[in-house]
Each structure stands twice: as structure tokens, then as C-alpha cells.
Design a binder for this molecule. Structure first.
Ligand code: IPM
Ligand code: MG
Length: 361
């Protein structure tokens, strides 16, 4: 198959980790007889530097003519420490999600046996954890209006808004995913306090009863869910939640995987899909060849399967990641005593992908 992939390296460690995923995609193309054509575009602080806009119109054009998007990370400390900055890199990400209608953010969390020691949690807690977070990505308090400051500057406000339609469309995806997994959805909300959460609960309970009687539905307040995730993460199969809660619990869940550098994600909508690691731009690590490329490589694996229907190819990448880790090809976040550089880990995974195919052939 021939596929056009838009690459958005972004800021900080983004370019380094995207370069590794590209090596792995090239290995897949070579071994499985596909052709991947890449087109790069700017987003984030690099886009502000070049154009003044964190998500320039040229970037949107590149994305709309691609079959899938691989995104690294964005963010720069010069904006984090300047609350008065008028444009911020993060606005680029939010604008991109909105422009592409990427309302469903899918974040799988699995624990790898060889990373049990990398997690501060006990092995018996994280053993065999396998769940996926369905985070709503284009609504809620991230986008609601009005937002801003009072005239005297002493009061600030954000507004959480959700419509039934926004809840329904992501809920359908979560329930369908549960059917292909262990058949359980946990809705995470704050329905004891928030009106938006009560709409979520009413909508999801009704949708479950009408369309998915075969799927078990559990409901949990977000504060309790944050605790349950650490106490007994095996109870979760599919977690369905809104934008802000999903942002928070997905970072929390990375502790289960052993490192934030291990978690991939897919952002899906009705147009082209975007794949990205859940970690940020880690500016302190930029250019040092120390960033963990696995989350981006695993995001590329999600792209192969979800966007292109390339199941064996995706499987080959996931297996190559596991093999590289078993062989000790890990970055410093995983093993501070014995580790390799970003680029060496990327080379190794690509090598395993090529070896996988020649064994099969
Ligand atoms: C994420 C990130 C973003 C978010 C930031 C960078 C705007 O934390 O993808 O989880 O909050 O959605
Ligand atoms: Mg986040």
C-alpha cells in the first residue's frame, strides 16, 4: 500500500522521537512491501518562531492531504514562565484537534513485565494491567466559553460545556472497543458535583441500555477513580471520560507502564487521524539523545493498525519494541544504570522489525 504520512515533529524532544518512529516505519515499508511518503509541517513553538502562529494554515493543508498524522510533542519553557504570553504553543495543539475534529483520544495502558521494576508501584499491583482510556478531546473546560479575566484582572473563569451529541459519539466508540476487549466500560465523572458530569452519566447510562446491553457499565467519581487506578488497576478495561479528567488520569496511568515515555495514543475523528505519544516536549532533554522513543514508535504502531488496517505490521512493531526492551535496549528513564541513546534504541527496534519479517518469510 502507498500511504502519505504527515510528520509534525514539534518542539523539544519531538523531532528526535519522531525520527525514530520514522526509521521503524521505513523498516515496515521495506519488509512488508509498502510505500510511505512523508511530509513535514510545523506546529507549536517552532511554528510560532517561523510564522507567529502555533498552528499555521499551511500545516492544516498538509494534514488534510495526508492519510495519517504522526505528531511528536510541543511546548517550550519560555512560554510556561510567561503567563502574559499572547500566543502559546499549546494553543496550536488545541486548534489542531478542533480543526481536524479529533474528538476521541485513545490511550492504551499496559504493564510490561520487564518494566515492573521501573514503576514505583509494586509488581503485584501492576501485573497484567491492560486498559484503555477513551478521553473526549474537543469539548469540556478546554474549549468552553466564556473564558478569561475580569476587567480588574483579579478574577478568572473557564466554562465546562458538553452536549449530549458530544458525549454520545465518544461513548459509542468506547462501548465498541469494550466489545472487542473484556466487555466493560467505566465512566469516570464528577456527577455528584458537576452539571456536565450529570449529563454524561444520564447519556451514557441510556446509550448503554439501548445499544450495548452486553457490555458491563460501571460508574466512578474521578477522585475515587484516581485512587482505584493505583489500588487495583486490573479492574479497568475501557475508561470513558471527559477532556480534563482524561488528561489527568492518563498521566497518572503512565506510572503503571513504568514510564511516561512508554504510552502511545491515537486521536480519532471523522477526518484524518493523529497519533502521538502522551508525554510532553521535555525541553531539558532536547538534543541530548536521551528521550525514550518507545511511546512514539508505539503510536506509529497504532497508526498502522487504526489508520491503515495493517494488523500484522502493527503487531511486528509492538513485538520489536518488546524484544528491544528484553534485550536491554532502553533509555535512561527505564534503566538509569544501563541504557542506550534515543537513536540506538530506534535503530534496534527497526532492526527487529526487519528480522521479524525475514523469520516469517
Ligand atoms: C496531552 C497534553 C495536552 C493536553 C497539552 C499539551 C495541551 O497534556 O495531550 O495530554 O492537555 O491535552
Ligand atoms: Mg496531558
Amino acid at each position: 500500500m502507498k500511504k502519505k504520512i504527515a510528520l509534525l515533529p514539534g518542539d523539544g524532544i519531538g523531532p528526535e522521537v519522531v525520527a525514530q518512529a520514522r526509521k521503524v516505519l521505513d523498516a515496515v515499508a521495506g519488509s512488508f512491501g509498502h510505500e510511505f511518503v512523508y511530509e513535514e509541517a510545523l506546529v507549536g513553538a517552532v511554528a510560532i518562531d517561523a510564522t507567529g502562529n502555533p498552528f499555521p494554515p499551511e500545516t492544516l493543508e498538509v494534514l488534510l492531504r495526508s492519510d495519517a498524522i504522526l505528531f511528536g510533542a510541543l511546548g517550550h519553557p519560555k512560554y510556561d514562565n510567561d503567563p502574559s504570553a499572547k500566543v502559546r504553543p499549546e494553543q496550536g495543539l488545541l486548534a489542531m484537534r478542533k480543526a481536524l475534529g479529533l474528538y476521541a483520544n485513545v490511550r492504551p495502558v499496559v504493564s510490561y513485565p520487564m518494566l515492573y521494576d521501573a514503576s514505583p508501584l509494586k509488581a503485584e499491583i501492576i501485573k497484567d494491567v491492560d486498559f484503555v482510556v477513551y478521553r473526549e478531546l474537543t469539548g469540556g473546560i478546554y474549549f468552553g466559553k466564556p473564558r478569561g479575566r475580569s476587567e480588574d484582572g483579579n478574577t478568572a473563569y473557564d466554562t465546562a460545556v458538553y452536549s449530549r451529541e458530544e458525549v454520545n459519539r465518544i461513548a459509542h466508540r468506547a462501548f465498541k472497543a469494550a466489545r472487542l476487549r473484556r466487555g466493560k466500560v467505566t465512566l469516570v465523572d464528577k456527577a455528584n458535583v458537576l452539571a456536565t458530569s450529570r449529563l454524561w452519566r444520564e447519556t451514557v447510562v441510556a446509550l448503554a441500555a439501548e445499544h450495548y446491553p452486553d457490555v458491563e457499565l460501571d460508574t466512578m467519581f474521578v477522585d475515587n477513580a484516581a485512587m482505584q487506578m493505583i489500588l487495583n488497576p486490573r479492574q479497568f478495561d475501557v475508561i470513558l471520560t471527559g477532556n480534563l479528567f482524561g488528561d489527568i488520569i492518563s498521566d497518572e496511568s503512565s506510572v503503571i507502564a513504568g514510564s511516561l515515555g512508554m504510552l502511545p495514543s491515537a486521536s480519532l475523528g471523522d477526518k484524518v487521524s493523529l497519533f502521538e505519544p502522551i508525554h510532553g516536549s521535555f525541553p531539558q532533554g532536547a538534543g541530548k539523545n536521551i528521550a525514550n522513543p518507545m511511546a512514539t514508535i508505539l503510536s506509529a504502531a497504532m497508526m498502522l493498525e487504526t489508520a491503515f488496517g495493517m494488523t500484522s505490521e502493527s503487531q511486528a512493531v509492538r513485538q520489536a519494541v518488546a524484544q528491544a526492551m528484553e534485550a536491554g535496549y532502553v533509555t535512561i528513564d527505564i534503566n538509569p544504570k544501563q541504557h542506550y541513546g534515543t537513536s540506538e534504541v530506534g535503530d534496534k527496534v527497526a532492526e527487529y522489525v526487519r528480522a521479524h519479517k525475514s523469520v516469517k518469510a
